[in-house]
Design a protein around this ligand. Structure first.
Ligand code: C2E
Ligand code: CA
Ligand code: CA
Length: 583
């Protein structure tokens, strides 16, 4: 048998009470649980107790009656539904009652025991369904935390409130650093357990007035209002970070994880909810980049950078088709014999407003948007055409070294696309060299080995750029089809005054020799650096000392002017110093 509901009757007239009790008795018998209050003040207190399943409210209650009573009722937050009992049938009152949230409206003279019992049961059941629907609409079902939609509305409320009261409010975004690993290795059910337990700890760290939400996956958010001072958020962030660092027991698996946290604090950070959230997100991104388990404040400078980046990103979308990219060439010189042995191809973006933009600024963006793939292809094609064109103009073959990014290498079509360009431009593949970095190889040793081997088979040469700066094992050098090592600029810069850098430079030179690789020093700016390199057996160099990177036309001009003196390294160097080739 279904348990009888706990009923609160709000009625000032004793006869009304007796009559209603009699009707209820008919339906619920001894099970009946009925409380009765007669005045408004008591009513309020009784409703606050939340001890009843339903309220039956008389339409006339002392001084309060009719619309007045109903509107007073509608201002209270009800845990249970209420039914209005009235003496006479009136459509207006009916409508008013419904608007105020009444579950039903019954005319006393028409009430029978079954009618009343049914109205009560329906009202309770409807409320239950309503609650469930609200829960589903507002809560994340896995954790019971607020969902994304509720989070957004609470955030907007919190900002408005902080603005009104001059108070401090903060948003914290966090995600679990090892969630993906747990999911991948132990399966989704265990991943879900981790999310649930993390949610529980998160709720325990926060106050009841804070909103804790799950935004999706392993991403959580906290809106903390009414902070005494901005530093409080640091305390909260630290507490959360420590609590989440404690191991989790997931079905017998002891798992340690950490949370990266991004914070932003109103009013230090001011803006609409959308902006504030974006700022917190930016801080989270920064936290994740710094180190696992760290937290990071949003700061305006970071934002300015991000905006600049966004702007460039947009500008770059059309830059390729509107031919804003151009290639510069920097000669590579044999410092023993003095001849030009090739050139490095360096990309430039000639922006209509910003002027010349350097690759350090736009390559990372192109990599993250994927534009690097068509852009990189364009570089290879353009450089190949140039190489062939110079040859047609009567210049000797000038091998070109092209920088390629890790993103390009991750695409399996790289080899095919280069092979196509070779076919199309009729360039001799041995005049092409690709510059890659150590980290590109070390990240994915096996697929890279295969890829480099295929490139080598086509006839393309390979150089390791910025050599000495990566954490790499030297053993791979033997296994890869590499032809050249480029000593990083940072070592060359200090060869004369830093013993360590000098040692590293020397070591790279002798390593290259022992493996039968060509060694080239980049970033040579002074004669003394050049002397050092030559003295220690380095045969090739590149740098401002010889020439800055210049346009194709300038490069050809420079080459022609220096043709007659090629053969003597010193003369090339001296000439380069005399003529300004740096434009
Ligand atoms: P990187 O491969 O290390 O290129 C050498 C950089 O050193 C170039 O900067 C060059 O202008 C500069 N440099 C040359 N000689 C000297 C010198 O004597 N002193 C000093 N201080 N610097 C010198 P740039 O052109 O700004 O290029 C920066 C980086 O952008 C390159 O570093 C390379 O990693 C990347 N990059 C350039 N072009 C491309 C490209 O077409 N594709 C890809 N994926 N990356 C490129
Ligand atoms: Ca390079
Ligand atoms: Ca380099």
């Amino acid at each position: 048998m279904v348990e009888a509901p706990a009923i609160l009757l709000i009625e000032d007239d004793e006869r009304g009470y007796t009559r209603t009790r009699a009707l209820l008795r008919e339906s619920f018998g001894d099970q009946l649980k009925l409380d009765w209050v007669r005045v408004w003040d008591e009513t309020h207190a009784a409703i606050q107790e939340e001890a009843h399943d339903i309220y039956l409210v008389d339409y006339q209650l002392g001084r309060r009656d009719g619309v007045d009573l109903i509107s007073a009722m509608s201002k209270i937050r009800f845990a249970a539904p209420f039914i209005v009992l009235t003496d006479n049938d009136c459509q207006e009152v009916d409508a008013e009652a419904m608007k105020s949230g009444a579950a039903d409206y019954l005319v006393k003279s028409e009430i029978t025991a079954p009618l009343l019992a049914r109205a009560i049961r329906y009202a309770i059941e409807r409320k239950r369904v309503e609650r469930r629907l609200t829960f589903l609409a507002e809560c994340d079902t896995l954790t019971g935390l607020a969902n994304r939609a509720v989070f957004h509305s609470r955030l907007a409320d919190a900002i408005a409130q902080a603005h009104r009261n001059d108070s401090v409010m903060a948003v914290l975004l966090l995600d679990l650093d090892q969630f993906k690993d747990v999911n991948d290795t132990l399966g989704h059910p265990v991943g879900d357990l981790l999310i649930q337990q993390a949610a529980k700890r998160l709720s325990q760290c926060t106050r009841a007035s804070d909103t804790v939400a799950r935004l999706g996956g392993d991403e959580f958010a906290v809106v903390a209002t009414n902070l005494a001072q901005t530093e409080d958020i640091t305390v909260l962030a630290r507490k959360i970070s420590e609590d989440l660092a404690e191991p989790f027991d997931l079905d017998g698996n002891l798992i340690s994880t950490s949370a990266s946290i991004g914070n932003t604090v109103y009013p230090l950070d001011n803006g609409d909810p959308h902006q504030i959230l974006k700022h917190a997100d930016l801080a989270l991104y920064q936290a994740k980049r710094t180190s696992r388990g760290s937290f990071h404040y949003y700061d305006a400078e970071l934002n300015a950078q991000a905006q600049q980046r966004k702007w460039l990103e947009n500008q770059m979308r059309t830059a390729l088709e509107s031919q804003q990219f151009i290639l510069y060439y920097q000669p590579k010189v044999n410092i023993v014999g003095g001849e030009v042995v090739g050139a490095e191809v360096l990309l430039r973006w000639r922006h209509p407003e910003c002027g010349m933009v350097g690759p350090a600024q736009f390559i990372p963006i192109a990599e993250s948007t994927g534009l690097i793939v068509p852009l990189g292809e364009w570089v290879v094609r353009e450089a190949s055409k140039q190489c062939v064109a110079w040859r047609r103009q009567g210049l000797p073959p000038i091998p070109l070294a092209i920088n390629v990014s890790a993103v390009q290498f991750r695409r399996s079509e790289l080899v095919e696309s280069i092979a196509e360009i070779i076919e199309e431009t009729q360039i001799d593949p041995t005049w092409l060299e690709l510059e890659i970095t150590e980290s590109m190889i070390m990240d994915r040793v096996d697929p890279m080995m295969a890829l480099l081997h295929r490139l080598h088979e086509i006839g393309i040469r390979l150089a390791i750029d910025d050599f000495g700066t990566g954490h790499s094992s030297l053993s791979y050098l033997r296994r890869f089809s590499v032809d050249t090592l480029k000593i990083d600029r940072s070592f060359v810069r200090n060869v004369e005054n830093d013993a360590d850098d000098a040692t590293i430079a020397k070591a790279i030179i002798s390593l290259g020799k022992s493996l039968n690789l060509r060694v080239i020093a980049e970033g040579v700016e002074t004669e003394r650096q050049l002397d050092f390199l030559r003295e220690h057996g380095c045969e090739e160099a590149q740098g401002f000392f010889f020439s800055r990177p210049v346009s194709a036309d300038d490069f050809a001009g420079w080459y022609r002017e220096n043709e007659h003196c090629i053969g003597s390294a010193n003369r090339v160097a001296i000439l380069a110093n005399e003529i300004d080739v740096s434009r």
